[in-house]
Design a protein around this ligand. Structure first.
Ligand code: CA
Ligand code: CA
Ligand code: CA
Length: 557
């Protein structure tokens, strides 16, 4: 073999950033924060930290300016962030099952004309009034439940159970519990729940399966828990609850502020993360179809004609599909001009595998994603509505380094808030001057930039510098410095990402058979290191998988 060891070394000491040491794609992979904080692709904007210290936060909702309720998945606590301070006492603490995607998952706030403040939460309720007993004691959860509370003096009181849905999986796994809640333009509650551990009813398009049980779709009820008039899928429970079905799992729904259309993100299994326009009666195709039906990603040959339809339901193709899943999560329309007019009414989407924030512009009819919504002049790879290869992501990426994103909201102040599973809430605000995005993060990242103290900000130098390479960004054969680098057999080279976006150190050449054959760092986030030890002499070309114009060479004597 070519080398003995492959390491990706994080220089971070802050406890909130300890965790996954390497990016990979796949289920349940949760990206770490970039050591120097997240960045956005517009130097007129910067990312600020609002608060950290949250425990596996899943969703947020605003009581008012600088007054935010945040749900914690594992503790079952609704925490209040007031003027940037995490309050010691939770607004609510419920007992949750916590395995995999179970827990306290969703929250929405609705202010009533009589002055009452309703707070809706969704959670997988514990089977024995203890947090995590499904993990520690194999206790089945009591249900996936949607409650309405009233907010009174910092606390959630007077719980009313609005929906009580199955939480016991068919496949033994605590997965696909969905949980996001929105108040619609019609003032009704929209709640998305997944198939919950492999249920195979007619709502999962299993024609000879049991009748739907309320899982695997977007459900719609009034704020009092009543069925909305003129049900779409059928007149009796639980069909009368459904607004959409055929959904495997989702962590993001939002209404377009211009049209009132609902959109969602949906998670595929080994393939097929989706963005969809969710019209009333939408059937997304799971478990027969994931991704575009014509791609047959599930390999079962099923087409739209084989789906189970009720009432006025119908199938439609996703507006965008990732062939390699990203763990797509939150979806929010930017219903303000505070980041600049060009972003108003754009769609922002997050992922949990990479910690990336994506920006989408809609077409003029606002019933599709525009093909020209990118930072890149080459939008052709997106014209097929598929991200066939992770590098097709790049022109869609608006921000990165957040750590796995679980929620995105627009605050009463009009700014975009991004919630990270790592425990930090961020906010995107205008830069105060023309500093680069990297430099403008100084206020909230000072404790994390020890790696930069050895050099000036423009040219950071990693420690133990003799066999080190700095990744400079998109600069052709000057992207990796020095280039080429020459070492002796048995020596280790350490690459340091001094750029503000992620890059890779991938052996070989773009689109050729040697790509990644000898080594592949995967994404190296800004200010992170990657090391390789070379035991055999030779010349090794390499490049950045995301930015193939970045090329370098290693010479081992
Ligand atoms: Ca609890
Ligand atoms: Ca679908
Ligand atoms: Ca494509």
């Amino acid at each position: 073999m070519l080398f003995m060891s492959v390491l990706l070394v994080s220089m971070i000491t802050s406890s909130s950033l300890v965790g996954i040491s390497k990016f990979t794609y796949g289920a349940y992979v949760k990206a770490p924060q970039a050591p120097n904080g997240p960045t956005v692709e517009d130097d007129r904007l910067k990312v600020e930290k609002v608060v950290d210290g949250l425990n596996a936060p899943t969703s947020m909702a605003f009581l008012g300016p600088n007054d935010i309720l945040v749900t914690e998945k594992e503790t079952g606590k609704v925490m209040r962030v007031l003027d940037g301070q995490l309050q010691d006492e939770p607004a609510l603490d419920v007992n949750v099952a916590t395995s995999i995607e179970r827990g306290l998952l969703g929250i929405a706030i609705s202010k009533q004309t009589d002055g009452k403040i309703y707070v809706f939460t969704s959670y997988t309720e514990s089977g024995n009034n203890e947090d995590g007993s499904d993990v520690t004691g194999k206790i089945d959860p009591a249900g996936n439940r949607l409650y309405r509370y009233e907010y009174v003096n910092g606390h959630l009181e007077n719980p009313v159970l609005l929906l009580d849905l199955p939480a016991i999986p068919d496949n033994g796994r605590g997965e696909h519990n969905g949980g996001k809640i929105r108040i619609g333009p019609d003032n009704n509650i929209y709640y998305v729940i997944g198939e919950v551990g492999g249920h195979r009813t007619q709502a999962q398009n299993t024609a000879n399966g049991p009748e739907p049980n309320g899982l695997g779709g977007v459900l719609r009820i009034t704020q009092d828990g009543q069925i909305v008039d003129d049900p779409i899928f059928g007149d009796s429970l639980p069909l009368s609850l459904y607004y959409a079905m055929g959904i495997r799992n989702s962590f993001g729904i939002d209404f377009d502020p211009v049209t009132g259309n609902l959109w969602d993100t949906e998670n595929g299994p080994f393939t097929g993360d989706e963005i969809n326009l969710v019209y009333p009666g939408f059937n997304s195709g799971w478990a027969l179809i994931q991704g575009p039906s014509y791609d047959d990603l599930l390999g079962n040959g099923a087409g739209p004609d084989e789906l189970v339809m009720f009432g006025k339901s119908s199938y439609s193709e996703p507006k965008l599909t990732w062939i390699t899943p990203i763990g797509i999560t939150a979806l929010k329309f930017m219903n303000s001009d505070k980041m600049g007019k060009e972003y108003q009414n754009d769609m922002f989407v997050g992922d949990i595998n990479n910690g990336l924030l994506y920006r989408f512009i809609l077409n003029n009819a606002r019933d599709d994603l525009s093909a020209t919504n990118t930072n890149s002049t080459d939008t052709n790879p997106l014209s097929d509505k598929e991200i066939n290869d992770p590098r097709e992501n790049q022109p869609l990426v608006f921000g990165q380094g957040f750590g796995g994103i679980t929620d995105i909201e627009v605050g009463p102040d009009g700014y975009l808030y991004v919630l990270s599973y790592t425990g930090t809430l961020f906010k995107i605000v205008p830069s105060t001057n023309n500093m680069t995005a990297d430099e403008s993060l100084g206020n909230n990242s000072q404790e994390n930039i020890s790696a930069q103290e050895n050099g000036d900000d423009q040219n950071p130098t990693p420690p133990n510098g003799s066999n080190s390479v700095i990744i400079m960004g998109l600069k052709g054969d000057k992207s990796y410095s020095p280039n080429p680098i020459t070492v002796e057999r048995g020596q280790t080279i350490t690459w340091y990402n001094g750029d503000t976006i992620s890059h890779t150190v991938t052996s070989g050449h773009d689109n050729e058979g040697d790509s990644g054959q000898a080594f592949d760092s995967k994404a190296i986030i800004p200010n992170q290191y990657y090391s390789l030890t070379f035991d055999n002499s030779g010349t090794y070309p390499y490049y950045c998988f995301y930015h193939p114009s970045m090329v370098g060479e290693i010479i081992v004597n």
